[in-house]
Design a protein around this ligand. Structure first.
Ligand code: GDP
Length: 482
C-alpha cells in the first residue's frame, strides 16, 4: 500500500494544524521534509515520541514544527505514522502538505486513514463508522451514543446474535453430516423455539435504530397551524435568528423552509410549512400540499394555536389530522394574554375565567372550551410566546421527556445508521423465512441455507464479510484526513 498524507485538522485558521503521513515510507518521507533541532531523524525516533524542528524545502526553513512518530502496529492506522504539527494557517498548512506530496506521499482519500485501520484489523466496520459519529456529535447524548459504538457496543450485540445463529447452524450441520453418529436429533419444535427467541432479540436490536436516528440526525419536525398563528415567529425563536419571513398578511409563508436547530439535548430538523388553510391561490395551495405531505412524514408535529383567536374549522381539522402523530400543541402569544392582565386558568372557576375572556386585548381569543378541547386532544401542550421566548424552557423539557429515553443503555448497542439497519433487516427476514419454512414443511436443508445467508448479513454489518464496494461506500462518507 502506498504512503498517504493529508491535513487532519479543519481547513480554517487556528493555533496549530496537523498533517498526517501514514504508510511504509512515512518516516522516510518525514525525514526529507523535517529537520529536528537535535539532529535526530524520524527514522531514529521511537514510537510515541516527538521532536521540535523545522519543515524545510530546498534548504530553506518553511515553518517551525513538532514531529510526532507512531510506530507500527501501535498507531491509528496500524502503519508507521508521522504527524507534523505546524502553525495553523491555511496557506502554510497546504504548502507543507504539497511539500510532503512532492517528496513521495500520495494524497489520502476521504476516510483512508480509518479505512487502513479497519483493513489492519484495528477497528470493526461499526467502530470505524463511529469515528465519524464522534466527530459530528453535537450533544452529550449523541456523544455517548457514538462513544458506545466506538467502544464496540453494536459489534458485540450483533456478534452475539451471529453466535447464536452459528450455534443453531452447528447443530443442524452435525445432525445432517453425521446422522449415523450418536448426535441428538434436531427436534423441529426445539429449533423453532430457538429461532423465535432469536427473532425477538433481532427485533429488539432493530428497534434501537429509531432512537439512534433521532439522537443523531434529529427529529423531523413540522410546524403547522392556520395563517398568522405565529409559526414563522416560532421557527425564528427556535433558530435564534430571522429566518422565515414574518408578516401580518395571512398566507405569506408559502414554501417549506428547512433548518436544523438544537433544543436542549436534541436537534430538530424543522420545516416551517405554508399556513394550512383552504385557499384559491394556486402557489399557496401547492405549499399547502407540501405541508400536508411533510406532516405525514414527520417524526413530530408542532401544532400552533393563537391564544388571541378562537378555534376555527381549520384548527379542528388540523387536530384531527395529527391524531395519530407524535405532536405538541403550542398555544402561542401568551404575552398578549398577560397583557390582558389575567390568564385563563383551567383550575379556576368558570366565573373567574369569564373575567379573562372579557379582558382579552383583541376581544376574540381561545376561550375555556377551546383550551379544554386542545388539552383533551393532545398529550403534550405548551403555552408560550414565540415573540418574547417565554415558555421555551417548558417546550425543551417536553421534547426531552418525549424523545430522550434515560433508561436506554447505549453500551448495549444502538443500531447507528441505515447500512447497519439494512443488514440487520435482511438477516432478520431470512431468520423469519427459516422459521416459517420449518413450521410449514420441516425442510432442514432449506432452513440451513436461509440461516447461513442470515449469518452472512450480520457479518456484512460488522464488516467481517463485507464486500469492497460496501467498505468503499462506508469510508467515502468520511472527511479527508480522518
Ligand atoms: P404564521 O403565518 O403562522 O407564520 O405567523 P407569523 O409568525 O408570521 O406571525 C403572525 C403575526 O403574529 C406577526 O405579526 C407576529 O409578530 C405575531 N406573533 C407571532 N408570535 C407572537 C407572540 O408570541 N406574541 C405576539 N404578541 N405576537 C406574535
Amino acid at each position: 500500500m502506498s504512503t498517504i498524507a493529508a491535513i487532519a485538522t479543519p481547513d480554517a485558521p487556528g493555533g496549530i494544524s496537523v498533517i498526517r503521513i501514514s504508510g511504509e515510507d512515512a518516516l522516510k518521507i518525514a525525514g526529507r521534509v523535517f529537520k529536528s533541532l537535535s539532529g535526530k531523524t524520524p527514522e531514529d525516533m521511537e514510537g510515541y515520541t516527538c521532536a521540535y524542528g523545522h519543515v524545510v524545502e530546498n534548504g530553506e526553513n518553511i515553518d517551525d514544527a513538532v514531529l510526532t512518530v507512531f510506530r507500527s502496529p501501535k498507531s491509528y492506522t496500524g502503519e508507521d505514522i508521522a504527524e507534523i504539527s505546524c502553525h495553523g494557517g491555511r496557506y502554510i498548512t497546504k504548502k507543507i502538505l504539497r511539500i510532503i506530496l512532492k517528496n513521495g506521499a500520495d494524497l489520502a482519500q476521504p476516510g483512508e486513514f480509518t479505512k487502513r485501520a479497519f483493513l489492519y484489523g484495528k477497528l470493526s466496520l461499526t467502530q470505524a463508522e463511529a469515528v465519524m459519529d464522534v466527530i459530528s456529535s453535537g450533544s452529550e447524548t449523541e456523544l455517548r451514543c457514538a462513544g458506545a459504538l466506538r467502544e464496540g457496543a453494536v459489534f458485540r450485540r450483533v456478534s452475539s446474535l451471529r453466535d447464536r445463529l452459528v450455534s443453531i447452524l452447528g447443530d443442524l450441520a452435525a445432525w445432517a453430516d453425521f446422522p449415523e453418529e450418536d448426535i441428538p436429533e434436531v427436534r423441529p419444535e426445539a429449533l423453532l423455539k430457538s429461532l423465535k427467541e432469536l427473532l425477538s432479540d433481532f427485533k429488539k436490536t432493530a428497534d434501537t435504530y429509531e432512537y439512534g436516528r433521532i439522537i443523531r440526525e434529529g427529529i423531523g419536525t413540522v410546524i403547522v397551524g392556520k395563517p398568522n398563528v405565529g409559526k414563522s415567529t416560532l421557527m425564528n425563536l427556535l433558530s435564534g435568528f430571522q429566518r422565515s419571513i414574518v408578516t401580518d398578511i395571512a398566507g405569506t409563508t408559502r414554501d417549506v423552509i428547512e433548518e436544523s436547530v438544537r433544543v436542549g439535548e436534541l436537534t430538530l430538523r424543522l420545516s416551517d410549512t405554508a399556513g394550512i388553510r383552504e385557499t384559491g391561490d394556486v402557489i399557496e395551495s401547492m405549499g399547502v400540499d407540501i405541508a400536508y405531505k411533510r406532516l405525514e412524514e414527520a417524526d413530530l408535529v408542532l401544532v400552533v394555536f393563537d391564544s388571541t383567536r378562537p378555534l376555527e374549522k381549520e384548527d379542528i381539522e388540523l387536530i384531527e389530522r395529527v391524531k395519530n402523530k407524535k405532536s405538541i400543541a403550542i398555544i402561542n402569544k401568551i404575552d398578549q394574554k398577560r397583557e390582558s392582565d389575567e390568564s385563563l386558568d383551567l383550575n379556576k372557576s368558570e366565573s373567574e375565567n369569564l373575567l379573562y375572556e372579557n379582558k382579552s386585548v383583541s376581544g376574540v381569543k381561545l376561550n375555556k372550551n377551546d383550551m379544554l378541547y386542545i388539552y383533551d386532544n393532545f398529550i403534550h401542550v405548551v403555552e408560550l410566546s414565540a415573540r418574547d421566548g417565554s415558555g421555551l424552557e417548558q417546550l425543551t423539557c417536553t421534547l426531552e421527556k418525549m424523545f430522550i429515553d434515560k433508561n436506554t443503555e447505549f453500551n448495549n448497542g444502538i443500531i447507528a445508521n441505515e447500512r447497519q439497519r439494512d443488514c440487520l433487516q435482511r438477516s432478520m427476514d431470512l431468520v423469519k423465512m427459516a422459521s416459517e419454512t420449518l413450521e410449514s414443511c420441516e425442510m432442514l436443508d432449506a432452513v440451513t441455507v436461509l440461516l447461513d445467508s442470515a449469518c452472512d448479513c450480520l457479518m456484512e454489518l460488522t464488516g467481517e464479510k463485507a464486500s469492497e464496494k460496501v467498505i468503499d461506500d462506508v469510508f467515502s462518507r468520511f472527511c479527508v484526513g480522518k
